[in-house]
Design a protein around this ligand. Sequence first.
Ligand code: 16G
Length: 231
Amino acid sequence: MAGKSARLREHLLALLRDGLAPHDRLPPERSLAEEFGLSRLTVRRVLDELEQEGLVYRVRGSGTFAGEPRIAKSVELTSFTEDMRARGLRPGSSPVTRELVPAGADVGYALRLSPSEEVLRLTRVRTADGEPMCLERTHLPAALVPGGLDLDGSLYEELARRYDIVPRRAEQTINATVLGPDDAEALQVAAFSPAFLVRRTAYDDRGRPVERAESLYRGDRYAYHLTIYRT
Ligand code: 16G
C-alpha cells in the first residue's frame, strides 16, 4: 500500500514539474485510484499532502489544480540535538521511556497505519546542559525499526545510521498551551506554566511518514524564529 501511494506521489510530482502549468487540472481522483490500484481514500490522502505543501489546490465540485511555484522558506528540518549544538549547548535526554503500543486513531492516521498496528513510543525529557527544555513524545512505525533503537543520543542520527532513514520534510503545527501538573514536573517548572506544543509528522525521501511527534517546549525558554521573505 505504502509503495503504491509513494508511486502515485512520485507520478504527481513529475506531472506537476514537467506536465502541468499552474492552474491546470490534475486527473480526477477516480482515474488515479484505478490506475494505481488504490482506494479513493488513499488517493485523497496523497492529494491532501500535496495541498498542505502548497503544490496543488482544490476547488469543491471541480477537482484538483496545479498550484503556483513555491517560495522557498528558510525554516529547516532539524533535530533537537542539532538545535542545541548550534547554540553551543550539550544535548541530552533524561529520562527516556520506550514502549510498543497500538498506534490508535490519531497517530495511526498520521503514520498511515491501522489503529491496531504497533508503534514505538518514546517519551523523552530533552535537556540542554542538563536543564530540561522540552518533553517529547515520539511515535515511529514499529516495522520501520525492527531491531530497536539505541536512544542515548540523537534519534535522527540513529535512524540514519542504523536504518538509513532520513526525515526530509515535515508538516508541523505550533499551538500555545499550558503544562499539566505531570508534564510541568517533568520539565521542572510550576504547574500550568505556558508552553509551545509542536506537532510534527516527518516524511522520508519517498514520502513515507516516519515519525509523529509531539514536543512541549518551555514557554519561558523558547521562541520560534522564522526568516520570512516578501517577493
Ligand atoms: C526535534 C523534533 C522531533 C524529533 C527530534 C529528534 C521538533 C518540533 N521536533 O525535537 O520531532 O524527534 O528533534 O531529535 O523539532 P534527536 O535527533 O536529537 O533525538
